[in-house]
Design a protein. Structure first.
Length: 367
């Protein structure tokens, strides 16, 4: 089948006045409805030009994991435009279930707008790029899961290649088969495996650009981009559904502020659900809290986003010290409600695969 990709850009982030544009898109659409065109009606979404990008750090490279096969199928992704701006990263000290080290409040400025996928990557969107997966909770419109950080990077690279964009990640040091899930010696699948399992993995730092924001291709969001998008301009509440109630992390109680916006331990049945079944946040993003956790492109050190500089104001934060501990955001279907906050941060080792870990891509807008 020939390669057909329809990428829809919906102007449902902040507009220039700080108001919300209306999103009339409905998630994944059939290829019969696509016309191979790109809707860039939202003004600043015209980011085909990458004139102000910087050169990647590597030279010629290649890897089988993220190369096009010719078997890719029609792909429709709805994108939300997130305008550049400043926000308070972290949470107040009296926030329930707060981590005192990683949720320190810091003023962060993002100087470049970006687009973010409206939902987590679904199983049908993953498969459209001719990649294997073994998601524990099967369903074409459920988030793809059992994919580790390196596999998420490979999917982003393939999407970049489909659009003729420079990929953000160098996977030439990667080994083992992509998308095989977690399997024991007898061939039985199980819902989680860690860095000690023979999963698809890479050696060392895989970034091709010293500054993630400068890469013209698709990538995982930085921790600052993810939290900025998840908070969606809300400053006086724990979530866009309201405040969460204090409770022990080991408990599972009803959190009225979450039931309309997120799947968590009280309402999920411990099962991952289809995307976009709950209300979106004010900027049009679905499932930023609950359902599945999301990989972000950030080496987790348990510290505030300004570590080690300890500045009260930071712009376009990056962390360049390689660690295999990668941050996860958003919490998941089995988490207690007070953990479902845009500021909650945990990590897993990059090669880890779990039934409740997924991702959503972003791409910098170049003016």
């Amino acid at each position: 089948m020939g390669v057909v990709i329809a990428i829809f850009f919906c102007g449902c982030g902040k507009n220039a006045a700080g108001n919300q544009d209306t999103d009339t898109s409905s998630g994944l659409e059939s290829s019969d409805d696509s016309d191979d065109s790109t809707d860039t009606s939202s003004g600043s979404d015209s980011f085909d030009s990458a004139s102000d990008t910087v050169e990647p750090q590597d030279s010629d490279w290649n890897t089988d994991a993220d190369m096009l096969t010719g078997n890719e199928e029609a792909l429709v992704i709805n994108w939300v435009t997130i305008e550049s701006g400043s926000f308070i990263f972290g949470s107040p000290e009296d926030t329930p279930c707060r981590s005192p080290n990683s949720e320190v409040e810091v003023t962060v400025t993002l100087t470049r707008s970006f687009v973010m996928a409206e939902t987590e990557v679904t199983q049908s969107q993953w498969q459209a790029l001719d990649l294997r997966h073994t998601s524990w909770f099967s369903g074409e419109n459920k988030p793809v899961s059992m994919v580790n950080f390196f596999e998420a990077a490979a999917w982003c690279n393939k999407l970049s290649r489909l659009e003729g964009l420079d990929p953000c990640y160098n996977l030439e040091t990667c080994a083992n088969e992509l998308g095989t899930g977690c399997m024991n010696d007898e061939g039985t699948l199980f819902p989680a495996c860690n860095q000690y399992s023979p999963t698809f993995r890479c050696a060392g730092d895989i970034h091709r650009y010293a500054d993630n924001y400068s890469c013209p291709g698709y990538r995982l969001p930085t921790t600052a981009e993810w939290e900025y998008a998840a908070k969606a301009g809300i400053t006086d509440l724990h979530t866009y559904g309201g405040d969460v109630l204090p409770e022990p992390i080991s408990s599972c109680n009803d959190q009225p502020s979450l039931n309309d916006i997120a799947w968590y331990c009280y309402n999920s049945g411990d099962e991952v659900h289809q995307v976009a079944q709950k209300l979106p946040n004010p900027w049009g993003l679905y499932d930023m809290l609950g359902n599945t956790q999301e990989w972000v492109d950030w080496y987790f050190n348990g510290r505030a986003v300004n570590y080690p500089a300890d500045d009260d104001n930071v712009s376009d934060p990056v962390n360049s010290t390689f660690r295999e501990e990668i941050e996860l955001r958003g919490s998941h279907v089995s988490d207690t409600g007070c953990l479902l906050r845009p500021t909650e941060r945990i990590y897993r080792d990059a090669p880890s695969r779990e039934s409740t870990i997924s991702f959503r891509p972003v791409r910098t807008i170049f003016e």
